[in-house]
Design a protein. Structure first.
Length: 282
């Protein structure tokens, strides 16, 4: 299996669809449609072969929209969608979505759920078991305060493959990382847990620098190791802080101490193994 270069976290949306509750006019730079035609030149410029397209609305309708888009877009290798994990018929809903081989994972928008203990709820067990049964990855959109519930979920369903989005969103504005470091260390102790090197600059102040990000990346490397880190752009959200190419170049620089094989894993090999191989997407 040859190693692909993969951007494992990007979005498309059409504002008129109307289910992006978080995407208000206040976010003016990204409050417009983003399509494959917008992203394709950026991927070509950075020799990126494939992407993982990630949900941006908590509806099955958006997941179907993304799957339809992916089916028409050669560079999209898989979709991380959304399903109502609390629904009484969640296993059946998940099975129906998983019938599309382009679906590689699901992501509840945990950071927007008021209940910090949401992931620890026992009534999610049937949905999580269904994800395991269908080979789906659980993308965890969490902050530091959600880590205890995430650990409880991992303890209850150790078979579940979990990818932590955006490094669990460390507070890079204040730089108060003590609780984040402790939580990330605990997450990384679970061997079936991976972490995305993505979304960091939008957690930082507008004047972010490599020096701002290096302590976080170093801790992720120390705890997860390069074989469990996965590069993602978080495009177009990333453009709130910097163009695609500046984040891509920053990620390369932040990983300067990694070997060529380790960088190949972070920039594609691990995403290929975690998201695509188990669903027969290669």
């Amino acid at each position: 299996m040859s190693t692909l270069r993969i951007d494992a976290h990007q979005h498309f949306w059409q504002i008129a669809r109307g289910d992006y509750g978080w995407l208000t006019p206040a976010l003016e730079p990204i409050h417009r449609d983003f399509t494959p035609d917008d992203l394709a030149p950026l991927l070509a410029r950075h020799d990126i072969d494939r992407t993982i397209l990630v949900q941006a609305a908590p509806t099955e309708a958006e997941t179907r929209f993304l799957l339809d888009t992916a089916a028409r877009t050669a560079f999209v290798a898989g979709v991380v969608g959304w399903a109502d994990l609390e629904a009484p018929d969640a296993p059946a809903r998940i099975a129906a979505l998983a019938a599309d081989p382009l679906l590689v994972g699901l992501r509840p928008m945990v950071q927007d759920i008021p209940d910090l203990a949401f992931l620890a709820r026992p009534d999610l067990a049937p949905a999580l078991a269904a994800m395991v049964a269908h080979g789906l990855v659980f993308d965890a959109l969490i902050r530091t305060e959600h880590i205890p519930a995430t650990l409880a979920m991992l303890a209850r369903e150790p078979r579940l493959t979990v990818v932590i989005d955006h490094g669990a969103k460390p507070d890079l504005v204040t730089g108060d990382l003590a609780a984040w470091r402790e939580g990330v260390t605990a997450l990384a102790a679970h061997p079936g847990t991976f972490c995305k090197l993505s979304g960091l600059i939008t957690e930082a102040a507008p004047d972010w620098s490599l020096e701002t990000l290096q302590p976080v990346v170093d801790h992720l490397l120390l705890t997860f190791g390069p074989d469990r880190l996965i590069f993602g752009s978080d495009w177009p959200v990333v453009t709130l802080r910097a163009p695609y190419e500046r984040w891509f170049d920053a990620a390369q620089a932040l990983l300067d101490g990694c070997s060529a094989d380790e960088r190949a894993a972070i920039f594609g090999g691990t995403a290929q193994r975690v998201y695509l191989a188990r669903r027969g997407r290669l």
